[in-house]
Design a protein around this ligand. Structure first.
Ligand code: FES
Length: 174
């Protein structure tokens, strides 16, 4: 590790854990126009709730259990985290929407004015700033989705920064 890299690690004081099985190149790049047309087709585990808001993204008899999206959910450090790629940057938020628990990893990515990029939750269409997780609309809610810093290695390896290890790291096997 270079001196610069080790200094940066020390500065933000986070615990960076590798994301198993997912690299930068495995995530669809929202910035790439071609990839926008070939989004992940994912299984939706709560189709009844999803149906309320996602008819526009569905086009087959079976589509009530699938949805196209850019994000990808990963389990790490006792948490489920949504990853989104924009160019060479990866953004990470909690995968459960802070409004009512919707699947934020299935969010649409939208560009707002002033260069802000937001996530639009598929359940009730609330939007959150992808960078800091603050709710944007509806206005005045002051709800924040937890966000995590992500470091991208030279080979596309991803590491997510946490405040500490999750509880299971301290469980003892007897
Ligand atoms: S659960 Fe996400 S907007 Fe309601």
């Amino acid at each position: 590790m270079s001196n610069v890299a080790s200094r940066m690690e020390a500065e933000d004081n986070k615990l960076y854990l590798p994301v198993p099985g997912v690299k930068l190149q495995d995530l669809l790049d929202w910035q790439d126009p071609d990839q926008r047309n070939h989004r992940h087709l994912v299984h939706v585990s709560n189709p009844n709730h999803e149906l309320k808001v996602s008819f526009d993204s569905m086009n087959s008899a079976e589509s009530h259990v699938h949805r196209k999206c850019f994000g990808q959910a990963v389990d790490l450090n006792d948490d489920t985290i949504a990853l989104f790629r924009i160019g060479k940057e990866v953004y990470a938020t909690q995968a459960k929407c802070p409004h009512a628990g919707g699947p934020l990893h299935l969010a649409d990515i939208e560009e707002l004015v002033l260069g802000q990029v937001s996530l639009r939750c598929p359940w009730h269409k609330w939007t959150f700033n992808i960078d800091n997780g603050c709710s944007i609309s509806p206005p005045g809610r002051n709800v924040v989705a937890r966000t995590y810093p992500v470091k991208v290695g030279s080979g596309g390896e991803l590491r997510i920064g946490f405040e500490s290890f999750g509880p299971s790291a301290f469980e003892m096997d007897f």
